[in-house]
Design a protein around this ligand. Sequence first.
Ligand code: 8U8
Length: 592
Amino acid sequence: MTVTPDLERAHTLSRFWRGTGFSPGELLLTPEMQRTLTLVAATPRRGVQYLRPHFLLNLVRVRGAGYDFTLLEEACDVMVENGFTPFFEIMGNPSDSFDFTGQGWAPRWRDLVAELVQRLAARYGHATLQDWYFESWNEPDLPWWPADAQAFLDYYDACVAGLDAGLPGLRIGGPGTARTLSPMFKAFVAHCDTGHNHLTGERPRLDFISIHEKGVGKSFEDIAPDSVGICRREMQAVDYLRAHHERLADLPLINNECDPQVGWWQHHTWRATAYAPAMITKIIDQHQRLMIDAGTPLAMLFNDNGFMGEWGQRTQFALFGGRDVSKAQSEHVTDLDQVERGRQAAPFSLVKKPALTVMELLAQLGETRVPVKGLTPDTDGPGVLATRHTDGSWAVMLYHSRDRTRLSGPATVSLSLPETEGAWDVLVLALDDVDDNPFAVWEAGGHPRPPVAPKLSAPDAALADMRRAAEPRERIARRFVDGVSLDIDVPLPSVALVLARRASDEAPDPPKPFLARVPGVNGEEWLVSWPGPDEVGLRYDVGLERNGTVTAIVDAPILANAYVMAGDPDGSISVRAVSMSGRTSGWVRARG
Ligand code: 8U8
């Protein structure tokens, strides 16, 4: 099939998928999460921007007549210093001092929220806080919320009153419900539409509506997701608002837990293969086509995959060594006495999973979407999310994904890009399971964890192979003259990013790499990172320098602005930038 994006129908694209979440908030105080966030922050072009942790307010302690915000501020520092924007759930219970099933707690909650935002504004600046999203308690229609629906509405009133008292103009929404059109959802939107804030008498403010719809909603056993079903159930919320609460129907609608499968801690090995990036991309494209193009105010979707865990769990990295990963992250009980212990971790290593690498590819997409007709990705065959940047260059994401975890097979898309006369450089980067993927390398290496071993381990050579396999594959890199038309293999499951831009032989600017030495599962590791100029299609080589000679250690294009490898006492690390046309900067030795 030949696919040609239709420039006549071009329109603005918002990169609405750039959020992740995890639980609990105190993970932010652990070395594992801090290193994770350093690496997630290295996704180019701020490919992951929003972080949504649960239970942040459990980090606040009651001290005498007031509160001690030290741990909460430290947790927020970790997010802010890494350049993330918190999606701040006002969730948790300082020293368990609120009984939401009782009476009279709402004014105290309002004052707590007011003090909280004042402190945050003093720390990060008012302007910074205006970019944040404040949200109500996570999934109040599940037992995470300890009281009834009326108490939840009182709580929301107190959150709004507290925010407004603390710092007017901050954005707040909810209800972050888990179930489609649950009674809690209906009670919440009715309250915001026609009710009154019981503390201020005003109409309760609501700046966005958040809900959770997953590909498998209720049962861990049903592993085949219903991806279109996510949009269909979101549409039920849209229809309900249009029918009953027209005033709210145009508010930004956010699915901030838009996962293929419920139960982050359950092990599904497909979460570590090309199935994950293909499914993630399909779900994003479905939201563009079935929700945004259909005129709904769908504003964001998050993959709730910021957890810490292993291959099969819903995480962005596989954790080797470190502490035991347990369900405790979800069945959560805060014990602040454990926080100090949490700051120490047994040595650990992280290996990136394709679910994060795909964010690096998606980050290359442009500001304009150019629709493509004639594909049927929701039933069979590949799909395309075609975009252009303002300079006319193309960034086209192809994907091939089915709602079945074990289907495979070949497919080819012939792509023809309009307005590409003259000389153009084309680069195609893929994530597929054709040669390998980090998990396949792990399995093939014979390292699978024996049932008695509590943690993953692997020798340095295996870690290096897995890390290399986590980077995209370069499938095509060549110059076209007079029109970019090419055939691209998109086997099931896979994604392939096609970048095309006017030919240039200019060498890229050299990077400024920085070296951090971190304890790895087998000894010292080197985490090398470099601030990116965030130019589309720019990639990097990481090289080991020994006796004055630099050898590239990864024969794959690195799009991220960081790489991790075993330390080498006899060598040093250098990095060079590689342009779309393959021109390189000089090697620059990493400092630090
Ligand atoms: C079993 C179950 C059913 C349901 O309808 O919603 C759930 C929500 C269920 C289990 C956990 C649950 O928590 C949310 O979803 C989690 C998950 O693992 O899918 C986590 O991603 C979230 O932190 C949590 O809000």
